[in-house]
Design a protein around this ligand. Sequence first.
Ligand SMILES: CC(C)(COP(=O)(O)OP(=O)(O)OC[C@H]1O[C@@H](n2cnc3c(N)ncnc32)[C@H](O)[C@@H]1OP(=O)(O)O)[C@@H](O)C(=O)NCCC(=O)NCCS
Length: 87
Amino acid sequence: MIIGRSTLEEPEIAYELFQRAHGRGYATEAARAVLDAATVTGRKRLWSTVGAWNTPSLRVLEKLGFERDHVSTEESGEVVWLTRSLP
Ligand SMILES: CC(C)(COP(=O)(O)OP(=O)(O)OC[C@H]1O[C@@H](n2cnc3c(N)ncnc32)[C@H](O)[C@@H]1OP(=O)(O)O)[C@@H](O)C(=O)NCCC(=O)NCCS
């Protein structure tokens, strides 16, 4: 098991919307609700892994207060690992 990647204590958030729904703030709104749910169920930290090319997804995470932790090189290319501390 990789700590910080899909563990119960520090889960990873991911999202995908139909293309016709992009650009209306829905991913940010939905992810914010997930952050709230993670907080009230006792999580102290969330992670996300995003392709370095994925500007929209990185922007969503930036809006939600995620910070870059490190970058890894996978078969699919450069992957940015971001983390968000919860109150
Ligand atoms: C990532 C994804 C969920 C975003 O959904 P969304 O509802 O469009 O996101 P939001 O509208 O909440 O926010 C998108 C932000 O990215 C910005 N953005 C979108 N395309 C951009 C681009 N090409 N360059 C710069 N910024 C861009 C938007 O302007 C917006 O930021 P803003 O509020 O500052 O204007 C959607 O693009 C998607 O489903 N992509 C395919 C699946 C995917 O890549 N999932 C993530 C895997 S980690």
